[in-house]
Design a protein around this ligand. Structure first.
Ligand code: EPZ
Length: 420
């Protein structure tokens, strides 16, 4: 079993190139099923979740090749509309194959998805939206049998919550549905806009992506396309936190600063100097971080829930007490138990976490509870006195490309080893 070993207190300095966005690449890979041709996707990160998406594509008959960060998907010969449970369970984003399969075949057989255990993560919004577009969906012991006679039907859909995944499923399904779909209360994340750019370059007619109302006029067919995935804004916040906890100075290249405005202001409130330019961000940390009064996670453009654990790790070392309110997922504090092993002082009351700053972390043996919680433990280990060991790092590999190599290039004393 692989673990990460990190000896803390090295100041991080230097520059790092940001990976492509996991949460943009995954829905685009799923959308490639709707394209009757070839999709060339550049800046696709090398992650186990991307591997899982490629396994699904190959299972249904796509020909997929990969050259460094470019993935080429030929969907001309897709011939299956079922995804076996073991492939569905590998990640959450597998549910976003439902829309493309229904739009391509008029039927689909999938099961409930996997993904980080940060809450119940129901898929009711996905299913009710597909039903609104004419799909008949029956569930039998976790297996969803879906069909629509011929093509899905454009419809007016109002989401009770701006779900990222449901927005993606609807946009992809509606792109080749009959008629027009008006999606109200859509998710506004940058990854939604990136998916719409990809689909429109395939010939779709999508307007308003990234705003609250998206209008999709169905077209008959989507054609071959070349696309470059946007940078990963959450990994940007991860490297910012790594610099912040070590009193470091790091230049992050390839970032889109406007994608992380609330994150930047949080780091500035914590006492960091943050300079941004076109696709670059320079962060210079203070000797001692200030507390941040309150952080509330919200749908975009609010503070991203995916950066919550990483920023909590940083605030454990601040002067004073910070308050975090996790409004998106009901079980997204599983990293608190692990941070406490490192000496953190955190109280959790429902969705509120009260983080009392301590002088330093003490090294410990900890276990990644999920992707972002695992990244938060790596950040904490960078600042801890002594050698911290982190297990269950396969969860970190789902979303962080080469994390220990990149941190080592910034001066961290960190390795990945095989522990018996
Ligand atoms: C996406 O998950 C991201 N994953 C998550 O990132 C991210 O945290 C989340 O959006 C919110 O930004 C990918 O893009 C692969 P949601 P998703 O549907 O689509 C509830 C990471 O670490 N909900 O916006 O699953 C749900 O339970 C991951 O990279 C329903 O109730 O998120 C949650 O409370 C973690 N019914 C809230 O909405 C539904 O049908 C937000 O979920 C769907 C969602």
């Amino acid at each position: 079993m692989e673990i990460i070993r990190v000896t803390g207190k090295n100041k991080l300095e230097g520059e790092v190139q940001l990976q492509g966005s996991k949460n943009s690449a995954l829905p685009i890979l799923a959308a490639a099923v709707s394209v009757n041709g070839i999709s060339v996707i550049h800046n696709c990160p090398s992650l186990t979740d991307v591997d899982a998406a490629i396994k699904i594509l190959e299972h249904i008959g796509c020909h997929v090749s990969r050259q460094n960060s470019t993935v080429v998907i030929d969907s001309t010969d897709v011939d299956r509309c079922d995804i076996p449970q073991h492939l569905m369970h590998e990640m959450r984003s597998s549910i976003v194959f439902l829309g493309p399969l229904l739009s391509r075949f008029g039927s689909a057989c999938v099961s409930t998805p996997g993904g980080c255990e940060i809450g119940l993560r129901p898929i009711d919004l996905h299913l009710s939206s597909m039903r609104k577009m004419g799909a008949v969906i029956t569930e039998d012991s976790g297996v969803l049998n879906c069909s629509c006679n011929g093509r899905l039907q454009g419809s007016k859909i109002v989401l009770s919550f701006p779900s990222v995944g449901a927005t993606e499923n609807i946009m992809i399904a509606a792109a080749t549905a009959k008629g027009t779909t008006v999606l109200i209360n859509a998710a506004r994340e940058p990854e939604i806009r990136d998916l719409a750019v990809y689909l429109n370059n395939c010939g779709a007619k999508i307007k308003g992506a990234g705003e609250g109302t998206v209008v999709i006029e169905g077209v008959k067919q989507l054609h071959s396309v070349e696309h470059s995935v946007i940078p990963d804004r959450i990994i940007a916040s991860t490297f910012m936190a790594a610099a912040a906890v070590t009193g470091g100075k790091v230049l992050i290249k390839g970032v889109v600063p406007s994608h992380i405005t609330p994150v930047i202001s949080t780091f500035e409130e914590a006492g960091c100097r943050v300079d941004t330019g076109a696709s670059r961000l320079y962060i210079c940390a203070p000797k001692k971080l200030n507390r941040v009064k309150t952080i509330r996670t919200m749908p975009y453009p609010g503070f991203p829930t995916d950066s919550q654990a990483i920023v909590m790790s940083m605030l454990c070392l601040a002067k004073g007490t910070s308050v975090i309110v996790e409004n998106i997922f009901e079980n997204r504090y599983r990293h608190v138990h692990e941070l406490r092993k490192l000496g953190a002082k955190i109280d959790v009351e429902g969705k509120i976490a009260i983080v009392e700053g301590v002088d330093t972390f003490k090294a410990a043996h900890v276990c990644a509870p999920d992707l972002r919680g695992g990244a938060a433990l790596v950040v904490a280990g960078l600042a801890a006195d002594g050698l911290t060991e982190i297990e269950n790092i396969k969860l970190i590999d789902r979303g962080c490309q080469d994390i220990e190599k990149l941190l080592r290039s910034l001066g961290a004393d960190i390795v990945r080893v095989n522990a018996v």
